[in-house]
Every structure is written in C-alpha cells, then in structure tokens.
Design a protein around this ligand. Structure first.
Ligand code: HAM
Length: 423
C-alpha cells in the first residue's frame, strides 16, 4: 500500500519546532494580559455565509481559497480562513455590547486557505488574532498597532517595516474608486489579466498586485488621501499622530489596501525582508461595517492578526532567542537491570515533587544512559545501583560541575532543589 503523507501545504510541527511555538505563544499571552485582551477559543468551522458576507464575495479568500464543504445535515460550512468574522459573530451572539467597550479579545489557532504553498505560505497556518470591538476612537487603532509592535519587540524581531494607510469608508471610497478607474482605464493594456478583471469589480485591489508591470503602473496611481472624507481624514491623522507620539517608526503607503473587503479607515501591515515574497508578518486595521454585513448592530472595531509560522521563520533567520529548550532536570540512571523498577519508583516520586525527570526504557548500558542524559540536556544524573539500593541512597551527579554526592533517597528532591538555588 502507498504511504499516506500530509496533504500539500500542511505540515507537522515536530518537537524540534513546537517548543519555539510555545515560546511565542507564551509571549502572546503575556502581552495580551498587559494590554487587557482576554483569550477566547472560537470554532474552526463556521457557516460559509459568515465569511462570504463578512470578508466579501469578490475577495481572493472567498472566491478561490476557502475550504468549503457540505455536512451531513446539508449545511454549507467553511474551515475558517481568518478569525475576525468569527470574533464579530461571537460578540453579537453573546451580547457583548452589555460589557464596557471596547471588548478586547484575542485568540490563537489554525486558519485554512487554499493558496499556492511557498516559503511562509501554507494551507493551514496559525494566526494570533487580536480584536478591540465596539469603539471608533482612533486611540484604539493606535493601541492595536502598538500591541502588535510590542509583541514583536519582546520576541526580539528587528528590521520590521510598518506600513499604514487609510482605505476610507463607504462614503468616500466610491469617490476614490472613480479616480482610480479613470487612471487605470488609460493603462488597461499594460495590466495583468487579473487586474483587468479587478478593474471593474474592485479597482483598489490593483494597487495590491505583485506583478512587476502592474506595480510600475500603480507607482503613479492617485493616493486615497485627497479623496478621504473629513471624518476619515481626521481619523487617519489622529492615528498617525498617536503612533508618532508613541515613537513608532512607520511609512504611509498609499498602495496598501489589504485583501479583505471589510476594512474601513485604518489599514496597516508589518513587513519583514526576511520572508521573501510573503513578507507580511502581520496585517490589520479597522472594520466599522463588518458587523452590519453579517446581520449585527453597528460595531466599530479594529484588530490585527499575525502569522505564527511567519514569526518563527523570521525569528530563526534573525537568530532571535527562543529561551531554553525544555529539558529534564534529572536523568535517572539504573546501573543494573535489577534496580530498574526502583529507578521508576524514584522517578515517579521526583516527578510528584514537581521536578522534570527522564529515565531509560531500553535497558541501555550506564554509559549510554549518561549519553542520553547529556543529549537531552539534563543538569543532574541520579544514579541508583545495588549498593545504593542497600543503603537507601542515590548518587547525584551534577553534570555541569562533575561533582557527585550520595544522598538519602528521601533527601533527594530537597538536595536537587538546593543545588539549583545555589547557582
Ligand atoms: P491577513 O492579512 O489575511 O489578515 O492575515 C494576517 C497574517 O496572517 C498575515 O500577515 C500573515 O502573517 C498570516 N498569513 C496569512 N495567510 C497565510 C498563509 N497562507 N500562510 C502563513 N501565514 C499566513 C487577516 O486575516 C485579518 N483577519 C487580520 C485582521 C484582524 N484584521 C482585523 N483584525
């Protein structure tokens, strides 16, 4: 029979990498706590309509990238391609308008998009998603951007570029669309096939095209700023002023439009040169009308999501620290087959006292057990042989200093703790 492999674009996160994920997730938890965002766990699949109405029928995500299936009850369901629409659905479903606004939530988990796999782009990938729901205050936009940057700071990421723009609102965006159509109308023969089709459906998306020829055309395309209504313009200035006050370095990028249709006013991305073509570590912005699009009340909100897979890639390439890889503190060594069961009892008792202990189950030689202890990075070897058995003792070797002492079995945990404290 042929061997079954993981589907294209999905991968196993194995122990060599998973501890790094835990490191980043721990930092996300800490930053979320410091900024007052509470964690939620949302479903992996939702009614397809949530995404088609929320994200927009003409987006690449909805048109080409969703994993949609019909369940046994004949419902159309979709594996979530992102978390924002689900956050809004959850807010509405649980009447969170009753709480103080904004309601600040975050979640971590896998998202699914049928994209062409390449470096930093997978069909199942993890996002850390932060949302502040129920406030139109531009200071909340600033908080969201600052939160993402603080997470990256704590992780030690450097050389990131922060790009900010406004994508206007339903009042002023049509004016801008008109100006864009007038401009691109004169360049249709230069644009790629996809952009020609975007021209009539959503000309803003042409600004986002990576095709070099289209990029050259977009270079001189009109920026949105002159088309913004008073409200959007004031909002944008408040956000950029707020970021400047916090000392953030950023660029205003008139071509930044984002790939999801729900954005209004603020749009931003954080880019890293280390990622190649898929250079966005993080993207987000304001989405004041998403709630209404999925049948909810007015709910001005802002948020961002950052790709966990991409954070780790950049951290690895930049040589950032992931802290210490988890290792057993103690490796229990049985000197002869006769003391193996005793070694397991001792191991259990040390673990019950809260120490990380590993032991051998292969009946390996003492030498091989010492080697395993050092490969795993254990600080101590606890050695039990027949003479220790008789005396009720254990020999404890500090594998860093080489010093060895013999201690009574019931003193073992205490002795290990004391040695740990002393250096
Ligand atoms: P997005 O820009 O589509 O925005 O995705 C956010 C981040 O998820 C990207 O910057 C990237 O780091 C990561 N990402 C996206 N697709 C992939 C992929 N195929 N493989 C690996 N990583 C990927 C959103 O999803 C919005 N929901 C963000 C948001 C939250 N806006 C407001 N609130």
């Amino acid at each position: 029979m042929t061997e079954i492999k993981a589907p294209r674009g999905v991968r196993d996160i194995l122990p060599d990498e998973s501890w790094k994920w835990a490191y980043v997730l721990n930092h996300a938890h800490a930053v979320a706590g410091d900024f007052g965002y509470a964690e939620v766990h949302l479903p992996i699949f939702e009614h397809t309509e949530l995404f088609s109405r929320g994200i927009g029928e003409t987006t690449d995500v909805v048109e080409k990238e969703m994993y949609t299936f019909t369940d046994r009850g004949d419902r159309s369901l979709t594996l979530r391609p992102e978390a924002t629409a689900s956050m809004v659905r959850s807010y509405i479903e649980h009447d969170m308008a009753e709480a103080g606004q904004p309601v600040k939530l975050w979640c971590a988990g896998p998202m699914f998009r049928y994209e062409r796999p390449q470096k930093g782009r997978y069909r199942q990938f993890w996002q850390l998603d932060f949302e502040a729901l129920g406030s139109s205050n531009p200071m909340v936009d600033v908080e969201i951007i600052e939160l993402s940057l603080e997470l990256f700071r704590r992780l030690g990421l450097t050389n990131l570029e922060v790009m900010v723009n406004s994508v206007g609102c339903p009042k002023c965006r049509p004016v801008y669309k008109g100006r864009l159509m007038a401009y691109f109308g004169a360049h249709l023969d230069t644009l790629c096939e996809s952009c020609v089709s975007r021209y009539s459906r959503n000309p803003l998306r042409i600004l986002d095209c990576k095709n070099p020829q289209c990029r050259a055309v977009t270079e001189d395309a009109p920026g949105i700023y002159d088309s913004l209504c008073e409200d959007c313009r004031t909002h944008f200035t408040s956000v950029t002023d707020g970021m400047t006050r916090l000392g953030a370095t950023f660029h205003v990028d008139k071509r930044l439009v984002r790939g999801l249709d729900y954005y209004t006013k603020t749009a931003y991305e954080v880019l890293s040169g280390q990622l190649g073509a898929q250079n966005a570590v993080c993207g987000g912005g304001r989405y004041d009308n998403l709630s209404e699009a999925v049948g909810g009340p007015a709910l001005p909100s802002v948020g961002f999501a950052t790709g966990l897979d991409r954070i780790i890639l950049v951290m690895e390439e930049q040589g950032c620290s992931f802290g210490k890889r988890p290792a057993p503190l103690v490796y229990m060594i049985a000197q002869t087959p006769a003391v193996r069961t005793e070694a397991q009892i001792l191991t259990a008792s040390l673990r019950r006292s809260g120490l990380a202990v590993e032991m051998d189950y292969l009946g390996r030689s003492v030498k091989a057990q010492f080697k395993a202890a050092s490969t795993l990075g254990a600080r101590f070897a606890a050695i039990i042989g027949e003479s220790e058995m008789e005396k009720g003792t254990v020999s404890l070797k500090d594998l860093e200093s080489g010093e060895q002492v013999e201690v009574l079995r019931h003193d073992l945990a205490g002795k290990i703790r004391k040695l740990c404290e002393s250096n």
